[in-house]
Design a protein around this ligand. Structure first.
Ligand SMILES: Cc1cc2nc3c(=O)[nH]c(=O)nc-3n(C[C@H](O)[C@H](O)[C@H](O)COP(=O)(O)OP(=O)(O)OC[C@H]3O[C@@H](n4cnc5c(N)ncnc54)[C@H](O)[C@@H]3O)c2cc1C
Ligand SMILES: *[C@@H]1O[C@H](CO)[C@@H](O)[C@H](O)[C@H]1NC(C)=O
Ligand SMILES: *[C@@H]1O[C@H](CO)[C@@H](O)[C@H](O)[C@H]1NC(C)=O
Ligand SMILES: *[C@@H]1O[C@H](CO)[C@@H](O)[C@H](O)[C@H]1NC(C)=O
Ligand SMILES: *[C@@H]1O[C@H](CO)[C@@H](O)[C@H](O)[C@H]1NC(C)=O
Ligand SMILES: *[C@@H]1O[C@H](CO)[C@@H](O)[C@H](O)[C@H]1NC(C)=O
Ligand SMILES: *[C@@H]1O[C@H](CO)[C@@H](O)[C@H](O)[C@H]1NC(C)=O
Ligand SMILES: *[C@@H]1O[C@H](CO)[C@@H](O)[C@H](O)[C@H]1NC(C)=O
Ligand SMILES: *[C@@H]1O[C@H](CO)[C@@H](O)[C@H](O)[C@H]1NC(C)=O
Length: 497
């Protein structure tokens, strides 16, 4: 149906309409039972504070619906007013995408959606998307069950499960999104629907890797696992110069592809500032979920090929002890407030078929040992093991989910905060990380097929379509045009034209 031509007298009213648009919107969005914050309200600044204080955004409103119908109604109002609508779950997006990633979005905070319903006999759990990872781990642990996910207890399941969800159990159990059975969601037109392998299968595919561009998930049904009986968190550390650190990274690359490496071995290389210019602190940190007596023999081939250790610690316990230890804080997020940071982060997913060569590794370690030593930032880099032998992540067929990276060896996270974790962010911090990633890619073979991780989203990634979504972008775009033609769920690095 074509829109009706406006009667001439309505044009006279147009300037008045624009003038009063803000108050109209406010009254349209003032819904019984839904708390809200509008610009100028006390509490608006708190409600719009990003986790990354590098971003200050001004949404048109932040609303806290309590029911799916209220949420759907808000989406319809947003669409009718040509607003971009954004869900916020844990608010931990690196680029404030829970606030829409740019000014003027309508934010739907999921905080009231905190139900968790566990069915121990089917080993499934329906988790509403206002929940944080720490609270989810506690709730599942009451049943002796667990889900693979990241370590920070305050991260929300809404963003985490949309884009990946990596933890030290992921080589054994896959990413968080690999364990989704179905998703209840609201579409851009306000329809309330469900997606699973049988219901809206195309949408189900898209939601697991690019969810925020397609809908607002209200609850997610997961298959969950019996918790491992014992977990040992291990931390080995070396102080190495550039050449030795570059070699050590290769030693790790060779170690992880040995066919016998068990899936119960989850690990990352942690790189931090060295004690002197020209050195780096090189750590192997991870969690062992198998028979405790087999950890040493599993790591032995790696240690044998490395220089002598500077330090090692083992922290053993049961499953929830390990989750708690890795969190470094309380898992119950209502018992203590969250923190904020001011930072820039990047990621690089290395292809297993073409591990980092010597020139790339040397450029990487050189950057850390010199530019990193004098950098006006506090930084850490994590070389997370996604692949290697027997990895569940890479056993999933590439086309099974929109998450495209099923043949990466590592996801390297580059993370640099301002020194006092507060604004302003120093310009040199951008240059430091851009130089590092540039040093790795420019020293790699032409056409090196690297990716970037959507959960470590960055605002300055120019080739984001290729790096985040790869060969899946065209299929995602076709579906986006069908389900959200007016871009209700658009944001700066999402799926759009
Ligand atoms: C301290 C810290 C530690 C981290 N550790 C890990 C880790 O160990 N492993 C790992 O994989 N990642 C990790 N991350 C990254 C984290 O997974 C992402 O930042 C994640 O997207 C955050 O989700 P959120 O719900 O908290 O964020 P939000 O900012 O609320 O949301 C992120 C994006 O998802 C969208 N979204 C949120 N809820 C919904 C919903 N219900 N439906 C549809 N879209 C939604 C938002 O609109 C936004 O685009 C970490 C992040 C931080 C800050
Ligand atoms: C600020 O917002 C947080 C949630 O993001 C909330 O828990 C807290 O109570 C708010 N503080 C105030 C003073 O309103
Ligand atoms: C959003 O608006 C605020 C306040 O006007 C401004 O400081 C900020 O730079 C804007 N952000 C973007 C991404 O435009
Ligand atoms: C959450 O669970 C409670 C109790 O089971 C129920 O009353 C409520 O409707 C649920 N909330 C939602 C949003 O489903
Ligand atoms: C967290 O603690 C609060 C009380 O402070 C309690 O009501 C809640 O059930 C706890 N949550 C979990 C997941 O254990
Ligand atoms: C929205 O829901 C209605 C009624 O359930 C259905 O007829 C329609 O096809 C749905 N539209 C979309 C885009 O899913
Ligand atoms: C620097 O690295 C060298 C070579 O790996 C090592 O022998 C030395 O102990 C390191 N020095 C410091 C202070 O870390
Ligand atoms: C494992 O090796 C460490 C040294 O890396 C040693 O301290 C520990 O006793 C060993 N544990 C077992 C069970 O052999
Ligand atoms: C380092 O950055 C902080 C802000 O994060 C700034 O206050 C300080 O002056 C900077 N120092 C140098 C030496 O650049």
């Amino acid at each position: 149906m074509s829109p009706r031509r406006p009667a001439p007298w309505t044009l006279l009213l147009l300037s008045f309409a624009t003038f009063s648009a803000a108050s109209d919107l406010r009254s349209e969005l003032t819904l019984p039972g839904v708390s809200s914050f509008f610009p100028g309200d006390p509490g608006y600044a708190n409600a719009t504070r990003a986790f990354n204080l590098r971003f200050t955004l001004e949404p048109v409103a932040v609303l806290y619906p309590e029911t799916v119908h209220e949420l759907a109604n808000i989406v319809k109002i947003g669409k009718a007013n040509h607003l971009r609508v954004s869900a916020r779950s844990g608010g931990h997006s690196y680029v404030a995408n829970g606030l829409g990633g740019e000014n003027g979005s309508l934010v739907i905070d999921m905080a009231k959606f905190t139900n968790i319903t566990v069915n121990p006999s089917t080993r499934t759990a329906v988790i509403e998307t206002g929940n944080r990872l720490g609270d989810i781990a506690l709730a599942l642990n009451d049943y002796g069950l667990a889900l693979p996910h990241g370590t920070c207890p305050y991260v929300g399941v809404g963003g985490h499960a949309s884009y990946g969800g990596y933890g030290f159990t992921s080589r054994m159990w896959g990413l968080t999104l690999d364990n989704i059975l179905s998703i209840n969601l609201v579409l851009a037109n306000g329809n309330i629907t469900k997606a699973s392998k049988d219901i809206n299968p195309d949408l189900f595919w898209a939601l697991r890797g690019a969810g925020p561009s397609f809908g607002i998930a209200t609850s997610i049904e997961f298959s969950v696992f019996p918790s491992p009986a014992s977990v040992i968190v291990f931390q080995y550390n070396w102080h190495l110069d550039v050449e030795k650190a570059a070699t050590a990274l290769d030693t790790f690359q060779k170690f992880v592809v040995q066919p016998s490496l068990p899936p119960e071995f989850g690990a990352e290389i942690v790189l931090t500032r060295g004690a002197i210019a020209g050195n780096v602190s090189f750590g192997l940190t991870g969690a062992w979920h198998g028979d405790p007596s087999l950890l040493n023999s599993t790591v032995a081939p790696f240690l044998a090929a490395m220089p002598p250790l500077n330090a090692v610690t083992f922290t053993g316990g049961n499953w929830i002890d390990s989750v708690n230890f890795l969190a470094g804080s309380t898992l119950n997020t209502s018992s203590a407030p969250d923190y904020t940071d001011t930072f820039y982060a990047k990621s690089l997913m290395t292809p297993e078929a073409s591990p980092m060569n010597e020139a790339a590794r040397t450029a990487f370690m050189n950057g850390l040992a010199y530019e990193g030593f004098t950098s006006n930032t506090s930084w850490f880099f994590q070389v997370e093991l996604y692949g290697g032998a027997n990895s569940k992540i890479n056993s999933v067929p590439t086309d099974a989910t929109a998450f495209v990276h099923r043949s990466s060896m590592f996801t390297i996270q580059f993370y640099a905060s301002s020194f006092n974790n507060a604004p302003p962010y120093p310009d040199a911090g951008f240059k430091f990380l851009d130089d590092l990633v540039g040093g790795i890619t420019s020293n790699s073979p032409k056409g090196w097929d690297y990716g970037a991780y959507t959960n470590y989203m960055e605002d300055k990634l120019v080739d984001y379509k290729q790096r985040y979504y790869g060969s899946h972008y065209p299929r995602l775009l076709a579906l986006k045009r069908k389900l959200d033609p007016t871009g209700v769920f658009d944001f700066p690095v999402g799926i759009d034209d």
